[in-house]
Write a protein that binds this ligand. Structure first.
Ligand SMILES: [Zn+2]
Length: 471
């Protein structure tokens, strides 16, 4: 997407503002949080306005209306491959923008089955710069059978998070909304909340007659979770419309502490598939054990050579060329909340990797993850067998400056000759915004109008996860 952004942006600047995207659950307060996350960036460009308090007041005064519009949006199935319904989402968002006077239009791709992007604009007379606020309205595929508590496209309120025993309930029609309530639906967080928050932030600012110093363009994509295969086409076809100085991507997690954050880059991602082959057919372990090589054992041994006990990747050259963090990035990490102990406790981890280094330091290093592995059967299907194959998928997360192809090759070279190592699918490039310091300074300016904002260096980009337009 860095390439895609370059297509439409002279300065190749992209920020991500964080939103809660952990699973399907979202706090009721995420509505507020999302709203604030969106306006987080707008005060940077709104002159002389205390935008955040105004936006918060607006949200409090209009919470039922905001949530009504939001739950309607959530009730429309939004899997990118569901062509009919994904277009219903686009149409509904276009109507939302129409009501707001944002001159919306659907940006079609080259093929009729491409989910359209929904575009709108807030033109400011005399403005010479433009930014694009991006979110995506499609969601991850759903397995309806797995949604046993409530259906994915039937937005459902609970009195608290499910894991805390929250019960299904109707939202009281009046009164202060309990911030512990949760709204469950596919994309309630990732990333229809982004769409809703951006448009609500616009409402809040316009209600106060606040005017930005730059033109604001809105772009809501409909197949980000499918890897944005046609976003390049859409940008190509609508280049002039999408000209901008910067993109702000509203699609990412809040800081683990729950505080808002803006991140200035993504880590990149490349998956690798490894399969180790044994005998042509399963063998009885009692008859052939000690003689026929067991591919599961071979794979386990192979994977164990790739990382040491502290989580350091042991593949030769793995860290070569990693671009070190700069002074401003170190400062940002230093200013972030000390939260590692809390996260360890929340996750039930007795210890973490990295010899005491902080999470934020370590996510700026390339990693090597076992995403999954498989061989033979376990549980009720377990039997005395030497499996024929053993497979693993490695998530190869790349840091800025690192050549992911050479890393993939490194994995291959560390494997033995009789293993098959294949890069899987697209990779997602790493990047840092080229205007890190300048934008950070602007953002810190925004803090002086009341933001309790976390500014971090590169943030791990979720992968299944990881595809955001920056990835
Ligand atoms: Zn997303």
């Amino acid at each position: 997407m860095k390439r895609l952004i370059e297509q439409s942006s002279g300065l190749v600047t992209a920020l991500k503002c964080g939103v809660n995207k952990i699973g399907i659950a979202r706090k009721l307060t995420v509505q507020e949080r999302r709203l604030l996350l969106s306006v987080i960036v707008i005060p940077v460009i709104v002159s002389g306005t205390l935008a955040q308090p105004l936006a918060r007041d607006y949200r409090r005064a209009h919470d039922r209306d905001i949530l009504n519009e939001f739950t309607h949006l959530l009730s429309i199935p939004n899997i990118a491959s569901d062509r009919e319904n994904i277009r219903r989402n686009a149409d509904f968002i276009r109507e939302m923008m129409q009501r707001r006077g944002l001159n919306p239009q659907l940006l079609e791709g080259k093929s009729a089955d491409t989910p359209p992007a929904v575009y709108g604009e807030w033109k400011v007379s005399g403005a010479t710069h433009s930014i694009i606020l991006y979110a995506h309205y499609d969601g991850q595929p759903v397995d309806p059978k797995a949604w046993t508590a409530s259906p994915p496209f039937q937005p459902t309120w609970r009195t608290a998070a499910m894991e805390s025993g929250g019960q299904v309930a109707s939202l009281p029609a009046t009164g202060e909304i309990n911030p512990e309530w949760r709204l469950y639906a596919r994309s309630a967080s990732d990333d229809k909340a982004g769409v809703m928050a951006i448009l609500t932030a616009f409402d809040a600012l316009r209600a106060q007659n606040a005017t930005p110093e730059v033109n604001i363009k809105f772009l809501f994509e409909g197949e980000e979770e499918a890897g944005s295969p046609h976003l390049g086409d859409i940008i190509d076809l609508h280049k002039q419309l999408l000209e901008s100085d910067a993109w702000i991507i509203c699609d990412g997690p809040v800081h683990q502490s729950g505080r808002k954050q803006v991140v200035f880059g993504v880590r990149g991602d490349q998956n690798v598939d490894i399969t180790v082959y044994g005998a042509k057919r399963p063998l009885h372990s009692g008859h052939y054990g000690n003689w026929a090589p067991n591919p599961a054992m071979t794979l386990a041994r192979l994977l164990a050579t790739m990382k040491d006990a502290n989580g350091r990747v042991a593949i030769a050259g793995w860290y070569d060329g990693v671009e070190p963090l700069g002074e401003a990035e170190h400062r940002a990490i230093g200013e972030a909340p000390a939260y590692d102990d809390e996260i360890r406790s929340q996750l039930g981890l007795a210890k973490t990797e990295g010899n005491g280094q902080l999470l934020m330091e370590l996510i700026n290093q390339p990693s090597l993850n076992i995403n999954g592995m498989s061989s033979g059967d376990v549980g009720a299907l377990a039997r005395n067998v030497i499996p024929t194959t053993a497979s693993a998928v490695l998530g190869d997360l790349v840091s800025v400056g690192r050549n992911r192809l050479s890393q993939t090759r490194g994995v291959g070279e560390s494997a033995y000759a009789d293993r098959l190592v294949l890069p899987m699918g697209d990779s997602f490039v790493d990047s840092r915004t080229v205007r890190w310091t300048e934008i950070r300074d602007l953002a810190i300016g925004a803090e002086t109008v009341g933001f309790d904002t976390v500014w971090t260096a590169d943030e791990l980009l979720w992968r299944s996860a990881g595809r955001d337009p920056q990835g």
